[in-house]
Design a protein. Structure first.
Length: 745
């Protein structure tokens, strides 16, 4: 039988740690003898240099020799100067190495921790510590203590270690009150915490399975989850059945609680004939607010149409362009419309039309702002117009904090109804990507009298976030909508553009491979397609379009399966960024990440900080916010500092804590939905089999129009033809169209 022992000492080295469950292998220096001991066990929070008192079973491992399997432990502050010095110099306090730790302890001896905690300004007496440095040391020291306490507190609720860190970082000291008041808030607020985790915490806190509190939380969560799938509301019956499935309770008590939430105005019921639709109140009022603000902006301006026609003729001569009648009408309407939508497929002259509108406004001395939903789309807009375009988030000056001081996705923008944008015209490109949240924020920053011109392709996929904003506005028929249809001569020479229009019309496309920019390579099994994709990305496409392999983007309809995002990324990583000596790698959320990997941010993080750096470490610019769809490269994985350094395409450098890595995915291959607003030199699309709801015309059209120089489809001819013929799209529940029509009555 193993001997039970009790020992104490400081953590010398963490050999291995699983951030999900806290299982750790470490070396401890025993306090009395100084002898190194190997410990294994589950630790909620641990750092090198910390002092431990442990109880465990002394065993002898077949390969690693004597070990103590820890069953209980207590973290304590080191009480002697040797342990204090070890702790401070271990890296637990960033910026304090062994030499500085020795100087601090030599000066303050047994009072070292008391000085740091109570009178940190005295640290400036130590050579090498400034006033700012003293404050940082004190802050980190106190944060470490608070974090340790929080981890111990959360451990009793069986929260995985990586999520526990996120919970504490998100709420800080408010964490205890949040858990006491409403543990289900974790599922709403924190990316990576599902309802089941929050439900387990609630159960361990004594909240019963059929309590009104739990049923209410389940209904709200179901509606919130619908938002993640693009919906602004759910039909009442769908909401009830989904919540019953989630909670595993009687349907009648769910119906009763749904009625209570309607009476309390947490939910809003919209009745249309026999249909009963349920909104979260905040979502309903957001749609209603957007409708009201659009109506307020939608005023008519007087314009000298004769003079405008002459100006258009002048610009045509200056720029050697020829506009068709619809484009000319769009330009004249832009001068007269408070709200205007320009829509059309690729090659129909959207950019030329916008450029001419800008020149007209410029000659009139009007101030205009250009923006798009993503960094890539904003960059394309800048290149196409010659004027600076920015992301909508940057235009609105995201500051990342909410009114109650808690960081969560309901962000506040500095530009809003009390601090509106100062301009005469706002032009937004790639409007199909704009969800109801972003539309609401944009409209709040505009005052009546500002012209809003929205440009987009209504045939593209809708936004990743909730709503169907562009299509709803067009269908509401409340403002000037110009539909560009003519494919111009230069565009007609591109098979990418011609095939995109054919697909959008449900027509057959040429697959004879006589094209210069559109290829179909027939393959009949997933493994062969996979091998072909690797060859295309590594060799054929980079040589053909004169680009780096990282610039060739694989787009796929699915996440799962042999040709889904997850497997494609594993395979492409192996070939494009193979394992090498000295190249650090680490696993997060079941995915292996490696220095040099191509990655994508998969959620809006309004609070993460970024820097643009000049040479020698000087900071050129800094700010907040990395957004869903932003792409970059992992430059460094720092195991000691527990951070991953990513450089994004616009040269923003972001340090991700290990606990934030569930916001990052490999992006050698991405879903077609995630590619919205982006453009790549070459696109490779594997198509073989999958759910009919995913393999539709709309998805294929979006994928093909992402390519600038070349599209290659690899796979099944039958499945490709099925996609072209399949008009069925996922039903998206949104009510902006109805809200706008209500304003017109």
């Amino acid at each position: 039988m193993d001997e039970v022992v009790k020992v104490s000492g400081y953590v010398e080295k963490i050999v291995y740690r699983n951030e999900n469950n806290g299982y750790t292998v470490l070396t401890m220096s025993e306090a009395d003898s100084g002898e190194d001991m190997s410990l294994t066990g589950t630790f909620s929070y641990i750092a090198e240099g910390q002092f431990l008192e442990v109880t465990g079973n002394a065993t002898v491992h077949r390969d690693y020799g004597p070990q103590i399997n820890v069953t209980e432990y207590v973290l304590k502050d080191p009480s002697d100067t040797t342990s204090m010095e070890k702790y401070l110099g271990s890296g637990a306090i960033k910026g304090v190495g062994p030499a500085l730790a020795a100087r601090i302890v030599t000066m303050f001896k047994e009072d070292t921790f008391k000085i740091i905690e109570e009178t940190p300004e005295k640290l400036v007496k130590v050579k090498g510590i400034s006033k700012k440095g003293a404050r940082k040391i004190a802050e980190q020291f106190m944060n470490d203590r608070k974090m340790r306490s929080a981890m111990m507190f959360l451990q009793k609720y069986n929260i995985p270690m990586n999520l526990a860190v996120k919970v504490y970082k998100y709420y800080g000291e408010k964490m205890y009150k949040v858990l006491e008041d409403n543990p289900y808030r974790l599922a709403e607020d924190i990316f990576g915490v599902g309802f089941k985790t929050a439900d387990n915490i609630a159960s361990s806190m004594g909240i019963s399975g059929d309590s009104n509190f739990r049923i209410s939380a389940g209904l709200k969560y179901t509606l919130s989850l619908a938002g993640n799938n693009g919906h602004c509301y759910l039909p009442m019956e769908g909401l009830i059945q989904e919540t019953v499935r989630l909670l595993g309770v009687n349907e009648e008590i769910v119906r009763r609680e749904a009625l209570n939430l309607l009476l309390d105005k947490d939910f809003i019921l919209e009745e249309k004939g026999e249909d009963k639709n349920v909104y979260l109140a905040s979502m309903y009022y957001m749609e209603a607010g957007c409708a009201r603000m659009l109506n307020d902006l939608n005023i008519r301006f007087s314009a000298d149409t004769e003079g405008l026609e002459k100006e258009i003729e002048k610009i045509e001569k200056e720029d050697s362009i020829e506009l068709d009648d619809i484009q000319k009408n769009a330009i004249i309407e832009a001068a007269q419309s408070g709200v205007m939508i320009i829509t059309g497929g690729p090659g129909t002259g959207k950019t030329t039309t916008i450029n001419t509108i800008i020149k007209i406004f410029e000659k009139e001395g009007m101030d205009f702002l250009l923006a798009a939903p993503t960094g890539r789309a904003a960059k394309r807009m800048t290149e196409a117009t010659g004027y600076e375009a920015q992301t909508i988030h940057r235009l609105l000056e995201v500051n990342g904090m909410t009114e109650d001081g808690v960081e969560r996705d309901g962000t506040i923008f500095s530009r809003n109804e009390t601090n509106p944008l100062e301009c005469d015209v706002v032009i937004i490109d790639e409007m199909s990507m704009v969800d109801i949240y972003l539309m609401n924020a944009l409209l709040k920053a505009l005052t009546p009298g500002v012209r809003l011109i929205m440009v987009g392709d209504a045939s593209q996929l809708p936004s990743v976030g909730p709503g169907n904003v562009l299509k709803d506005m067009i269908n509401a028929d409340f403002c000037t909508v110009v539909r560009l249809k003519k494919i111009f001569r230069q565009a007609a020479q591109s098979d990418i553009i011609m095939n995109a229009h054919a697909i959008n019309n449900g027509e057959k496309i040429k697959m004879d491979n006589k094209s210069k920019d559109f290829f179909f390579l027939k393959r009949d099994d997933p493994n062969t397609i996979l091998q072909l994709v690797v060859h295309l990305v590594m060799k054929s496409m980079p040589e053909y379009v004169k680009a780096d392999p990282y610039d060739v983007q694989v787009l796929t309809p699915m996440r799962k399966g042999e040709l889904g995002v997850e497997n494609l990324n594993k395979v492409l990583q192996r070939f494009l960024n193979p394992e090498e000596f000295g190249k650090v790698e680490r696993e997060f959320h079941g995915v292996l990440f490696r220095e040099g990997d191509k990655i994508m941010q998969i959620k809006n993080n309004y609070n993460i900080t970024w820097e643009k750096r000049l040479g020698k470490g000087f900071i050129e610019e800094e700010g907040k916010g990395v957004f869903n769809g932003d792409c970059g490269i992992i430059k460094r994985i720092d195991n000691d500092g527990e951070k991953v350094v990513v450089q994004f395409e616009d040269n923003k450098i972001v340090d991700y804590d290990f606990s934030d890595m569930n916001e990052i995915e490999l992006s050698y291959a991405i879903t077609i939905h995630k590619s919205q607003g982006s453009e790549y030199p070459a696109v490779v699309i594997p198509i073989f089999s999958g759910p009919p709801i995913l393999f539709n015309r709309n998805l294929l059209y979006t994928a093909i129009t992402r390519a600038r120089q070349c599209v290659t489809i690899a796979g099944s001819r039958e499945k490709l033809e099925f996609m072209i013929g399949n008009k069925v799209e996922s039903k998206r529940y949104s009510g902006l169209c109805e809200r706008i029509k209500e304003q017109l009555i």
